[in-house]
Design a protein. Structure first.
Length: 645
């Protein structure tokens, strides 16, 4: 993208905007009018970017040439290239994003998250894992609903959590997760945990991990975050009482040592802690808040004072002694907002769907868009019976048959099932219920995309800033692609053309100082040097040099050189009478120059290929411009041009 902008930045241009009142035409290029406002926008932008601004007349001439190149690109149908179409679609979408952002709604989600960050809530849950098939998922959800119904009629939450919950971190504690903070769990789970009253039972909450039934717990003010280090003696799951007692005795012994001499804490963590990850760092952990560590490690870390060492604490992983290093209070809205915005708008967060839903709702009203609910119900009911198989996919692509069913409209534009299906990869879902639910979501998403596209069209027709930038990028990209084909790539690949140009202009490339040319060899020993001389003597042309260099890797360096006096001490010694030198690489003790020549001018085009390529590009550019001037008519309205400020 940046390279293309550089190619177009000086003279980039847009097209006249149909949504505005008819404007004065400043010039017409190949039958296409250019408005005064378009020209002025780009002229002023150019003037701000140039160290030495062009005069109006100079810029007008450059602008005209630019438009001629764009006209040529359009004649070549470069705007129909799949890569160009895809790139423009993405840029159009990216450019529209700020216009599509509902800052009021987004800020309301941030405010909601911030208010939750002011407190911690005690969370209890019973979790059932998702299955591998839709049928298993429905069974697990039904099981969760049965558990919920039992709780509503008075069943003991702790007992059911211990019996059914798959969350090992909380099931043996009656489903108690401890106190949690905002931003640590999926949005639906967090919302339920923070809004339930103490003792209240939630609806079934679905997360990516499973199905949850929550019980409301206590609320307390947020405590901020803690920096701590610890030493742990691990106790495996289902370990015997003797193993647990042995670990307890070891941690008690460590506790006595660190209480007597706290400075030994980090050394002992490195030597004795079974948490090897933190042990390598003296037991130090990252900053953590409520709910980020298992209980009772969490509570113990917050309970002790900074610099204090806890008594041994038993967690599900084993025994710990904890030293508190620092503590911070809750952060302000200003501090939290950037991270909250990033999290809320992430595609992994449920709130990104809420943001899109809010946007689509507004666009549906603005552009009068909706699904044809009756037909969508009909199609989804069909899928419910048989799923989405190859036969169904073929049927919906039949634009004259089943695919002709109208599924949506945006304003007066109507869209059929085939309109949705044909551009997309066929989806196969055998389970009817899952297929029906998925199809409805896909059609809703399709309507959303149609509405966003309609809004982008509206922006292009009604928002000058959007339209100017979009067309500036579009025409800059076309110019870039046309220039690559007509000038840059052609010059780089046209070896015959480069040679012809060099021979015609050979005198332009004479050197002011003589250049030494040859193959510089640095060898590890004299015998290696002699061996290489023999290989070079047998070499027919320099295309064989690559294999010779490969053969002597580690024993010698073999490089073609072309340089003036003063650029290399070894070359100066051999060709310009300089003093002997030691090679920079100490492994190579001897050096020589094979086939040395002292030249006052280049032998061939390759000696000055960079210069020749640049000049040849300029020649191709000049020829192209003359061709364009002859090919495409241009008229300039001088009266309108004089009005430009």
């Amino acid at each position: 993208m940046n390279r293309k902008f550089l190619a177009a930045i000086a003279i980039a241009a847009g097209t006249a905007l149909g949504g505005y009142a008819k404007e004065e035409v400043i010039m017409t290029v190949n039958g296409t009018d250019v408005s005064r406002s378009e020209f002025e926008y780009l002229y002023h932008k150019n003037q701000q970017q140039q160290v030495d601004p062009l005069t109006l007349e100079e810029y007008a001439e450059m602008f005209k040439i630019y438009k001629l190149k764009v006209a040529d690109a359009l004649d070549q149908r470069l705007d129909t290239l799949p890569s160009f179409v895809s790139e423009m679609k993405q840029y159009r979408s990216d450019l529209a994003a700020p216009y599509l952002t509902d800052s009021t709604y987004l800020n309301s989600l941030v405010q909601e998250a911030f208010e939750r960050s002011r407190e911690e809530v005690e969370a209890f849950h019973i979790m059932l894992s998702k299955g591998r098939t839709p049928e298993e998922n429905r069974a697990e959800r039904a099981k969760a609903d049965s558990i919920r119904q039992a709780l509503l009629t008075g069943a003991d939450f702790a007992a059911l959590a211990k019996q059914y919950s798959v969350d090992r971190g909380s099931n043996d504690r009656g489903g108690r997760m401890g106190y949690i903070t905002e931003g640590r769990f999926p949005y639906a789970f967090e919302k339920a945990a923070f809004t339930l009253k103490p003792g209240e039972i939630s609806e079934i909450v679905e997360s990516p991990q499973g199905y949850h039934v929550l019980k409301g717990g206590k609320h307390r003010a947020a405590r901020g975050t803690v920096l701590a280090e610890h030493i742990m003696k691990m106790v495996p799951q289902d370990a015997s009482a003797d193993i647990d007692a042995k670990a307890k005795a070891e941690i008690d012994s460590i506790y006595k040592v660190v209480c007597a001499n706290p400075e030994k804490f980090e050394d002992l963590a490195r030597q004795l802690s079974d948490d090897k990850g933190s042990g390598r760092n003296g037991g130090k952990l990252n900053w953590f808040g409520a709910g980020m560590m298992v209980e009772p490690f969490d509570s113990a870390s917050f309970a002790i004072a900074v610099g204090e060492i806890s008594t041994p604490v038993r967690s599900q992983f084993g025994w710990h002694v904890i030293k508190k290093l620092d503590a911070r209070g809750p952060e302000s809205l200003e501090q939290l907002k950037p991270a909250m915005l990033q999290r809320i708008t992430s595609q992994n967060d449920e709130r990104s769907l809420l943001i899109r839903k809010n946007l689509i709702s507004k666009l549906a009203k603005k552009h009068k868009g909706k699904l044809n609910d009756k037909n969508v119900d009909l199609i989804c009911n069909d899928v419910l019976k048989s799923g989405m198989d190859s036969a169904w996919n073929a049927k919906v692509r039949d634009a004259a048959g089943y695919g002709a069913i109208e599924i949506a409209n945006v304003g007066k534009k109507k869209y059929s099932l085939a309109d949705w299906a044909i551009p997309h990869t066929a989806v196969t879902i055998s389970d009817g219920e899952t297929a029906s639910e998925q199809l409805r979501r896909m059609l809703e998403f399709y309507l959303g995309n149609l509405l966003v596209e309609e809004e982008e069209n509206w922006l292009e027709a009604n928002e000058k800033g959007y339209a100017n930038l979009l067309n500036e990028y579009r025409e800059g990209s076309l110019l870039y692609e046309a220039s690559v084909r007509r000038v840059w790539d052609k010059a780089a690949k046209d070896t015959e053309g480069l040679n012809r140009y060099f021979e015609t202009h050979r005198s332009d490339y004479a050197w002011q100082k003589p250049h030494a040319k040859g193959i510089l060899v640095q060898a590890s020993t004299d015998s290696v040097a002699d061996e290489i001389k023999g290989r070079l003597k047998e070499m027919k042309d320099e295309s064989e040099l690559k294999n010779i260099r490969k053969h002597y890797v580690g024993k010698a360096t073999i490089e073609p050189i072309l340089m003036e006096q003063g650029q290399n001490g070894m070359v100066d010694n051999i060709m310009f009478g300089g003093d002997p030198v030691k090679p920079n690489n100490k492994r190579y003790t001897t050096y020589f120059l094979w086939n040395p020549r002292l030249l006052n001018a280049p032998e061939s085009m390759t000696d000055v290929k960079g210069l020749v390529t640049g000049d040849y590009q300029n020649q191709l550019e000049s020829d192209w411009v003359e061709e364009l001037k002859a090919k495409y008519p241009v008229t300039v309205n001088s009266k309108v041009l004089k009005k430009v400020k």
